[in-house]
Design a protein around this ligand. Sequence first.
Ligand code: ZN
Ligand code: ZN
Length: 384
Amino acid sequence: MNYPHQRRSSLSQKLKTQGLDGFLITAPVNVTYLTGFTGDASFYAALPKNNTLISDTRFEEQIKEECADLDAAIRGHSKTTLEAAAEVLTKAGVKSVGVEGNRITLGELEALKQLAPKITFVPVDGVVEAQRAVKDPGEVEKIREAVRAAERGFRMFAATLRETDTEKDLVDAIEGYVRRAGARGTSFPPIVAVGERGALPHAPPTSRQLGEGSKLLVDWGADMLYKSDITRTLKSPFGTSPSRRNKMERVGFDFDELYAVVLAAQDAAIATIRPGVKAKDVDAAARKVIANYKFKGGKHPDIKLGDYFTHGLGHGIGLEIHEAPKIRANSEDVLEAGMVVTIEPGIYLPGWGGIRIEDDILVTHDSCKLLTSLSRESAMLTAS
Ligand code: ZN
Ligand code: ZN
């Protein structure tokens, strides 16, 4: 199945409804989506006849391998890609051409207007991004591969944890294992947070050692062109001595109790996922579980747990690590079959730490399917 060809046809259909006779795609990720070409510095022109990839001689061979079915305009080094694009568009005789308003720079747009003075360029936002939100079977398979590589990497990582590993060592380790599992690398700089540092949802790695905290939060993914994004929070396998932990961690909250709340929030959100459901309602389902929670034995009566779930519930993944749809309270997005989203509720208690559980989920025709298969039970993760 030639999926890029289908994607180009869908885009061309949309152009007609917008009254445009061409579209110049300049964002590398959108060029890749529409052509299958994985290099950079190239544009794609959707035209009434002969859709064209505009590139340069460095990529000639790669283009033959990756998208032989597509017309290519290969420029020499005396010309810029913008100049080559203006030529292709002028030659095609198009009058009104869409450009990616949210991607192209003002300088590029001004240059295009000067190079092709007879064409009206119309900034249009998010057309390809909206199309990318719903994955075709080829894309779902690639995301599955990225999930599998991330999980294989994590299993190796979890089996080799040492008490003296610092957060920085652990970032290096997970990156290495994910590459060894077949990925080009991680899909974003992994977050590895020991102990109370997990209270920062995007904690940068430090020289804090694993043995200095009672828990470990790891947020990572694999890049196989398509991306995966997973978070697991585990109890330190080293039964840390209380003297090595900071005071708040020692006197704070019960890990197992809070873990169960986050897991229940994630389950509640996943249970609502099916086509036609508003993304904000999925967010609300998780938020409700956390906000309504009362600590066992009437402990921590002043803590309103809902105040400590401080980010949106999830996001689409695909060629980019964050893409449509947004799963958060202010989202207007509605779920459709074929979307792949993360569901990642978390609780962050400053001084104590954080717990986040993140999985990758495919919206199916009647409900949804978990693409991740790593145990969501914290205790199981380092048992091997
Ligand atoms: Zn993540
Ligand atoms: Zn995420």
